[in-house]
Design a protein around this ligand. Structure first.
Ligand code: NAP
Length: 263
């Protein structure tokens, strides 16, 4: 039976790569993304590879108040049940927090944190009533430690990681049929994220631990299919992380600063 998957930011980058994986499995897709043109371009790209794919999009600014509720109403008007929700829409801003426009940081917190939280809260009861479902929350490897140069972005992703992991445990203990998968992608080489965040010149996108949107998508689907509740995406990142666990905290902080410096 075909499942319906709601992906925020499904029209490009990681969201589009993940949508290709779902389409390959015959799943129907609902996208909530910022720009109508990106939705149209992403839809055309998806259909070129999967001509039978079912995909509909809602152009919406998730940084604006009340928009997560609009997404919930729209999705439930399109499908009887939502089998999976992927909270993927998000963006970053590189620089000194004191120099970044306040409105840009406010919008980042609204999209990366508030919209993710509102959509997660709204779909838990919907999925429980329907007998089950999966919520995939995209954090980042920036979630592990404070990151000067990415202060607010890393803090939003720390929220996503802590909240989602705790929620997964709570739902499991309560025997809820809803599961939560937390995803921490390494720096992705081939999406627009780094340019939009003014980070194209930053070392981390050039390091040995980078990944691609396709690898992130494959790791997420494998995580869902094998019942994981946490995925650190990218084989190179997983190897680096094992090494980092052996280092003392000051050495890790030094490495993070080095990774976030320009090349
Ligand atoms: N790229 C990385 O290195 C990396 C690493 C770790 C985690 N992540 C996380 O992975 C997720 C996806 O990143 P990506 O690399 O695929 O980035 P991307 O290519 O820039 O795509 C971001 C997506 O989010 C949507 N979006 C942004 N602001 C929005 C808003 N205000 N309202 C609604 N939708 C909005 C965009 O919609 P439009 O297409 O309409 O513009 C786009 O589809 C993000 O949460 C990011 O923080 C990325």
């Amino acid at each position: 039976m075909s499942r319906t998957v709601l992906v925020t930011g499904g029209s490009r980058g990681i969201g589009l790569a993940l949508s290709r994986e779902f389409a390959r499995r015959g799943d129907r897709l609902l996208w909530a993304s910022l720009k109508a043109q990106e939705i149209e371009d992403g839809r055309r790209a998806l259909l070129a590879d999967h001509p039978d794919a079912q995909v509909e999009g809602l152009p919406i600014d998730l940084s604006a108040p009340g928009t997560p509720e609009e997404v919930v109403n729209w999705a439930l008007s399109r499908a009887e049940r939502i089998d999976a929700l992927v909270n993927n829409a998000g963006f970053g801003a590189y620089g000194l927090s004191k120099d970044i426009a306040f409105e840009r940081e406010r919008a980042m917190i609204a999209v990366n944190v508030s919209a993710l939280h509102a959509l997660t809260r709204a779909f838990i009861p919907v999925m429980e009533d329907a007998g089950g479902g999966s919520i995939v929350n995209i954090a980042s490897n920036s979630a592990y430690q404070p990151a000067p140069g990415l202060a607010v972005y890393a803090a939003t992703k720390a929220f996503v990681k802590h909240y989602s992991e705790a929620l997964a445990a709570e739902l499991k203990e309560a025997a809820s049929p809803v599961r939560v998968l937390t995803v921490c992608p390494a720096a992705v080489r081939d999406t627009d994220f780094k340019t939009d965040a003014d980070m194209a010149h930053i070392r981390t996108f050039d390091s040995i631990a980078t990944t691609t949107a396709e690898e992130v998508a494959r790791d997420i689907v494998r995580g869902l299919e094998t019942g994981k509740d946490f995925v650190l995406t990218g084989a190179a990142m997983r190897r680096s992380y094992l090494l980092m666990k052996l280092l003392p905290a000051p050495a890790v902080r030094w490495l993070v600063r080095r990774e976030l410096a320009g090349v």
